[in-house]
Design a protein around this ligand. Structure first.
Ligand SMILES: Cc1cc2nc3c(=O)[nH]c(=O)nc-3n(C[C@H](O)[C@H](O)[C@H](O)COP(=O)(O)OP(=O)(O)OC[C@H]3O[C@@H](n4cnc5c(N)ncnc54)[C@H](O)[C@@H]3O)c2cc1C
Length: 362
């Protein structure tokens, strides 16, 4: 069978792309080695319109958020179950200085639609420690990522459009028409391998920075699940009485093991949000595919026009993937351009350097 596209990897990048390409009428085969601790499977699924410590609206929030909302609504409709939960985020101020900065920010026009309420003193909610108050941010929420991926994978398996196995690079042949892989042919192949891109002989020159993250799940019956809390960590209500606490960032140890220090860091930060007793019920580690300039990596290979990449979603895969999948699909059809900010051509000099090194080694 000849496919229009082979997609390697079924995390947030591969799944949103495969779904989008199929919806646009293409024949798609997904090859994915199931990985319970992939970045997508361990993610708490948070969508936060605010970019952490920088007190700024997160990059392209006005574009990504409405697109993601629509995309996940459509999946909920398709699978007849709730997957994305709209929840306000209560950003608790740590200091009076932080309170002042945020109060000034919240007066700016561009922010108004994202700010639901501001508090300069504690809200008085018993279990929450917020002596300096906080700000309630709207348009946030969380996706049940692994449930979403499981439902999409089930559908692909049922229609014979998924191979749940490792893609073996040695078996890939580039042909004039596209690619050939173990007797399967396709016009184009897109690599969506998450952090494992660093081993990909065609795209390893891209400046991916695998960044380990750990998350905890805790049981705490006292909290009010009507919002997500954020102060050094986020606290996401996943199911009745259970919360995901995340996440750590570690550039130095890109392994996938949970650690006592990760658990201690998350617990200590969680305890700054609440003094209520809790029990740790889960602990996971995964590796984010982050990029130096914090922007994703999309585009066709500079020399092999039958190969593309969709990667670099960093810590914001849930909100960015649907829009970027649509833009990539359109570009692959020759119908549109990718944004320069996400196009891999911004790193072309690294590709030429890599090629030079390769030829010197021969
Ligand atoms: C602890 C933690 C918490 C996070 N929290 C959030 C959050 O709250 N909100 C948010 O938006 N983002 C969050 N993220 C980031 C988010 O998870 C990533 O942005 C996103 O999951 C990246 O998706 P991906 O598809 O690129 O990679 P992955 O999820 O890693 O998926 C890659 C897939 O490709 C497969 N694969 C790779 N190589 C091969 C091969 N050779 N053959 C076959 N299959 C292959 C893998 O098995 C895997 O299934 C978090 C990440 C971590 C680690």
């Amino acid at each position: 069978m000849n496919y229009d596209f082979i997609v390697v990897g079924h995390g947030l990048a591969g799944s949103t792309l495969a779904y989008t390409l199929q919806k646009r009428g293409h024949q798609v085969l997904v090859i994915d080695e199931p990985k319970p601790n992939s970045a997508s499977n361990v993610a708490a699924g948070l969508v936060n319109p605010v970019a952490g410590k920088r007190f700024a609206k997160s990059w392209m929030a006005d574009t990504f958020i409405p697109f993601a909302d629509k995309f996940y609504d459509e999946l909920e409709e398709r699978f007849k179950q709730p997957l994305f939960f709209h929840k306000p985020i209560y950003k608790i101020f740590s200091t009076i200085e932080e309170q002042n900065t945020w109060m000034a920010k919240s007066a700016e026009d561009s922010w108004s639609e994202y700010i639901k309420a501001t508090y300069t003193q504690s809200t008085g909610e018993g279990a929450v420690q917020d002596p300096y108050g906080g700000i309630v941010i709207s348009k946030g929420g969380y996706l049940l990522v692994s449930d979403t991926l499981r439902l999409l994978a089930q559908e692909l398996l049922q229609t014979g459009n998924m191979l749940p196995e490792r893609f073996e690079m040695e078996a890939l042949q580039l042909t004039e028409q596209g690619v050939s892989y173990k007797g399967i042919t396709a016009n184009h192949l897109v690599f969506c391998e998450g952090y494992q891109l660093v081993q990909n002989p065609y795209f390893k020159w891209l400046p991916l920075q695998p960044t380990k993250g750990e998350v905890l799940e805790v049981e705490n019956e006292i909290f009010n699940a009507s919002c997500i809390y954020n102060k050094a960590v986020y606290v996401v209500p996943v199911v009745e009485g259970k919360y995901k606490i995340g996440a750590t960032y570690n550039w130095r140890e890109a392994d996938e093991e949970t650690t006592p220090s990760g658990k201690a860091e998350l617990s200590e930060k969680f305890e700054r949000i609440t003094a209520a007793p809790y029990k740790v019920t889960g602990h996971w580690a995964g590796i984010r595919p982050a990029v130096r300039d914090r922007h994703p990596l999309l585009g066709v290979h500079p020399a092999h026009k039958q190969l593309s990449v969709f990667n670099g979603l960093g810590s914001k895969g849930v909100v960015m993937a649907p829009y970027l999948a649509e833009r990539l699909a359109t570009a692959l059809e020759g119908e549109g351009e990718l944004l320069p900010d996400v196009h891999i051509s911004r790193y072309l000099s690294l590709y030429y350097e890599y090629i030079k090194q390769q030829s010197q080694q021969l």
